[in-house]
Design a protein around this ligand. Structure first.
Ligand SMILES: Cc1cc2nc3c(=O)[nH]c(=O)nc-3n(C[C@H](O)[C@H](O)[C@H](O)COP(=O)(O)OP(=O)(O)OC[C@H]3O[C@@H](n4cnc5c(N)ncnc54)[C@H](O)[C@@H]3O)c2cc1C
Length: 304
């Protein structure tokens, strides 16, 4: 059986500047007929061209990863993680919303100069060959039967949060906090009427501070209202250990369980997610079975 995760050769069909810091790149290619959408916050790898080399030819199927790893540094195309903002299988089109954060990284650099027709590679799951062949490990949002949700993140999490919001059941209630660089970076998104969506503009403040304040306020309402009903808090935090976000990836996601009254999904800069994890789990005592904590990037460190 062919490997589930493969390389898809695609090209840029459209580049849309959404706001000062968000660029939507629409990718197309016949290969996308084989791409499999597996979840609302689905992550894929983007393989970027190397100046003067473009793409080294790698096998699309089979052990492309080993072949990629064995390439000399000078021709090993950088890989970065992005979210499938939307996928239109019939049109063979896939959108990625890139944060343009300057020239510091190959992905951000590429998006500032990309043009219609440019080639790109993405890595994701192909259509399963049999029903029991599941594409696991590519999406995390799993609220189960939770009736109250929290989604919180910075601009890198905005594409996932928007994709989740647009697909929520109309009866869902909850809060959403999305921190973006400026007022002009708020994106239009539809949400159920019981879900309050707050775009928080940083406008020069330190990364994550404003979103953190909002999540802390949300946490106090959860603890204040959990008495009597199904418990949202759990005082047992004896197994809590800090994560060194400069050495490890902060990725703590609960295994899918059906019965939880509250479900929280938090993603963004790893230092900020770490602080939120400490506050919510050790400070407030929120049950970790109810929260997904995901460090999407680390300030000062390139993704490897
Ligand atoms: C599951 C998942 C989904 C993601 N989805 C998206 C998405 O849909 N859209 C998106 O834009 N990003 C997304 N990200 C984040 C993205 O992978 C990182 O921002 C990545 O580091 C960008 O690569 P780069 O080549 O531009 O920078 P890198 O080479 O990785 O880093 C170079 C420098 O830039 C800094 N840096 C990286 N990202 C940012 C940023 N956003 N703002 C300021 N400085 C930064 C780094 O700290 C480093 O100092 C996602 C990450 C994960 C794990």
């Amino acid at each position: 059986m062919a490997a589930l995760y493969r390389i898809f050769s695609v090209r840029v069909a459209a580049v849309t500047s959404l706001t000062p810091h968000f660029v939507r790149v629409t990718l197309t290619g016949d290969a996308l007929a084989e791409f499999s959408a597996v979840g609302l916050d689905q992550r894929i790898k983007v393989m970027l061209p190397i100046e003067g080399h473009g793409f080294t030819e790698l096998p699309e199927d089979g052990d492309w990863y080993a072949a990629w790893r064995d390439l000399p540094d000078a021709v090993r195309n950088p890989l970065r993680t992005y979210t499938v903002r939307s996928f239109r299988p019939d049109a063979h089109e896939l959108d990625i919303d890139f944060v343009a954060h300057g020239d510091a990284g190959p992905a951000s650099r590429w998006v500032s100069g990309c043009r219609v027709g440019d080639e790109l590679r993405i890595i994701g799951p192909r259509v399963p060959e049999s029903p029991d062949e599941l594409a696991t490990g590519a999406a995390e949002f799993a609220p189960g039967t939770a009736t109250r949700i929290l989604l919180a993140g910075d601009e890198t999490a905005a594409p996932a949060i928007c994709a989740i919001l647009e697909a929520l059941d109309v009866a869902t209630v909850g809060h959403v906090f999305i921190e973006v660089p400026t007022d002009a970076d708020r994106l239009p998104v539809s949400a159920p009427s019981g879900v309050e969506v707050r775009w928080i503009a940083r406008n020069g403040a330190s990364h994550g501070v404003r979103m953190t304040d909002q999540v802390h306020a949300w946490a106090s309402t959860v603890t204040a209202t959990s008495g009597g009903g199904p418990s949202a808090v759990c005082a047992d935090v004896t197994d809590f250990t800090e994560v060194d976000v400069d050495e490890q990836v902060l990725w703590e996601v609960p295994s899918p369980v059906d019965e939880r009254p509250v479900y929280a999904w938090i993603a963004g800069e790893a230092g900020c997610v770490k602080e939120l994890r400490r506050h919510l789990v050790r400070g407030v005592g929120l049950d970790r079975k109810q929260v997904a904590f995901m460090g999407y990037w680390r300030n000062g460190k390139a993704e490897h």
